[in-house]
Design a protein around this ligand. Structure first.
Ligand code: SF4
Length: 358
């Protein structure tokens, strides 16, 4: 035990001292050694994180082994499952170009206002049955109106009384007053994705700004809730944008980081963008693990279509995923996910496992 304490103290000292890992341009990378240094509290420079994204494909297993070393240190072989409920669909006045529910999308998605009490409760039942740790209630909106706030405030205590579930609310932009109300009614965590870098943000949305999103995350933190925030890869951004986002999330100390791979839905402005490869997606997940060692990293939307047969390898870097369908697209059957986790020798956990905020 004394050894563990000494190691952790050393890690905290290294972090406080701001020890930075610089990988030189012509240097052969020993991913295992870098993983050890990350666990010891050193942090990658942005240029070094970009180098991870350029790992040659024939070194992908070494990269993942390094990422796994970090993952195993903080999360062992556990996998946390999340269940998504699209509590209000379509009808969004915002113009996020990746989103099938935006005002600029022609995608034929269902359109409905916030679900009634029975439907929201039923979603919680399914989440619990599917061994999810967290029930994610999502509405399509710039931010919640008063009716939506009241619906959430009413249903959450009821869900928490009936089921052993954490609640994550994704309701769009929030004022401090709204964030405080969510905390008060029992919301554990708020999801609000940065989506990409500050620089690239204006290329994907004009109706609100990156700063608006950061302000909401500030309100969430002030209210005393956990932050779930991540992004979407594959929208035409540069590798440096992906790295900038990973570092910003580290600064925000996001407890949970969903990493989506663009599912270019027909009818959205980004419908023709599709260039991701399974190996690149794995490099992205590994880079997020090296930059955010203690955060829960979730392989999110686009998992099935972009990682394809390499999905299991993603869990060597990430420690979480959604089970079931996404907001407006289908996921694979839950049984396939359970089998994948079992085949890997990993185990589903419903324990409290946030290892962040050093
Ligand atoms: S605010 Fe949310 S629901 Fe609305 S368009 Fe953007 S991503 Fe889609």
């Amino acid at each position: 035990m004394a050894t563990v304490d000494a190691t952790e103290k050393q890690a905290a000292d290294n972090l406080a001292a701001g020890k930075v890992i610089e990988i030189q341009a012509d240097e052969a990378i020993c991913f295992s050694e870098i993983a050890d240094r990350v666990v010891a509290g050193e942090v990658l420079s942005k240029s070094s994180a970009e180098r991870l994204l350029k790992t040659p494909d024939d070194q992908i297993l070494d990269l993942l082994a390094g990422a796994f070393k970090i993952r195993q240190k903080y999360f062992g072989k556990t996998v946390q499952l999340y269940f998504l409920m699209n509590a209000k669909s379509g009808l969004c006045p915002e113009d996020c170009s990746y989103c099938s529910q935006s005002k600029v999308s022609d995608a034929p998605v269902e359109k409905y206002n916030i679900l009634d009490r029975e439907s929201l409760l039923d979603g919680a039942r399914v989440a619990a049955e599917r061994q999810s740790k967290t029930y994610c209630m999502v509405i399509s909106a710039r931010g919640p109106n008063e009716r939506e706030m009241k619906a959430v405030e009413e249903i959450i205590p009821e869900i928490k009384e009936k089921y052993d579930l954490k609640i994550c609310a994704c309701l769009g932009l929030l004022s401090q007053e709204q964030a405080d109300r969510l905390k008060k009614c029992g919301v554990d965590r708020v999801n609000h994705n940065l989506n990409t870098s500050a620089d690239f943000y204006k290329s994907i949305c004009s109706t609100h700004s990156y700063e608006d999103r950061k302000d909401t995350l500030g309100a969430v933190r002030n209210a005393g809730m956990e932050i779930c925030s991540g992004g979407i890869v594959g929208m035409g951004e540069k590798n440096s944008d992906i790295v900038d986002m990973a570092f910003e999330l580290n600064e925000l100390k996001a407890e949970s980081i969903p990493v989506n791979f663009l599912n270019a839905i027909e009818g959205t402005p980004l419908q023709n963008i599709s260039y991701l490869t399974p190996n690149f997606c794995l490099k992205v997940l590994a880079m997020f693990r090296f930059v955010n060692p203690k955060s829960e990293i979730r392989i999110s939307g686009g998992r099935e279509i972009h990682l394809r047969s390499l999905q299991p390898l993603g869990l060597y870097a990430a420690n979480s995923m959604f089970v079931g369908d996404y907001l407006t697209t289908k996921g694979q059957p839950p049984e396939s996910d359970y089998r994948m986790i079992e085949d890997l020798g990993f185990e589903i956990t419903r324990e409290e496992e946030v290892a962040t905020t050093v």
